[in-house]
Design a binder for this molecule. Structure first.
Ligand code: GRE
Ligand code: ZN
Length: 220
């Protein structure tokens, strides 16, 4: 069955970003991104809250000459990736699809980790709508949302090849995990968790074996 990669895959995500398995890359390799404001829909997908841009272009990232267009973002709590075994309060995934359907790394995800602290400005814009969507598959048009407000850094990041963290767990996903840890308030985390399930329940997949993979840390 097509979900077999979830059980039998060897390039699965998330992983522990362990300093023992990281190869440091010193040369500058700033993430090229050209995000722009675009209309979006917030949706309760049952297992998470997602924000999907639609009927307009939310912009691109460019990885090694291949362009990937931004489709949606969603949140996991607690974090799916860990750093040296440490789990964070929240993880955001920016999901991009290659504009070239024949390219085998067709999905690129930028991940961002948050620890508890000051509220996140991007979530602050959305949180009233998150709280009002108590039921699965409810959605809200939330108007123009600028992906630049998410505040990814793009200079220092971990890079490895993994998978979707939800079924069908498709492999070949290019992961870019920002090194900078942002902050989110406890109220914002609880709002996201309560909208999709009991606040005590997690929507984070456990970390998967790294196997033979290398993680690069771009740290110019
Ligand atoms: C998702 O939930 O839609 C998703 C992706 C890609 C990577 C991780 C993930 O589309 O959770
Ligand atoms: Zn995700």
């Amino acid at each position: 069955m097509e979900w077999s990669a979830c059980k039998n895959g060897v390039l699965q995500s998330p992983v522990d970003l362990s300093s023992q398995r990281v190869k440091i890359v010193n040369k500058a390799g700033e993430l090229k991104k050209t995000y722009k404001p675009c209309d979006a829909i917030l949706r309760n997908r049952g297992h998470d809250i997602s924000l999907k841009w639609h009927n307009c272009d939310a912009g691109l990232i460019n990885i090694n000459g291949t362009e990937y267009s931004l489709q949606q973002v969603h949140w996991h709590s607690p974090s799916e990736h860990t750093i040296n075994g440490a789990r964070y309060a929240l993880e955001l995934h920016m999901v991009h699809h290659s504009t070239d359907p024949n390219f085998n790394h067709s999905v690129a995800v930028i991940g961002l980790l948050y620890k508890l602290g000051a509220p996140d400005a991007f979530l602050s814009k959305l949180i009233t709508n998150v709280t009002s969507m108590a039921d699965e598959m409810q959605e809200r048009e939330v108007g123009v949302i600028d992906p630049n407000m998410i505040g990814i850094d793009g200079k220092k990041y971990y890079r490895y090849i993994g998978s979707l963290t939800v079924p069908p767990c498709t492999e070949g996903v290019i992961w870019t995990m920002n090194k900078i840890i942002r902050t989110v308030s406890i109220d914002q985390v609880l709002a996201l968790r309560l909208a999709v399930h009991d606040y005590a329940e997690s929507n984070a997949r456990p970390v998967q074996p790294l196997n033979h993979r290398q993680i690069e840390l771009h740290n110019p």
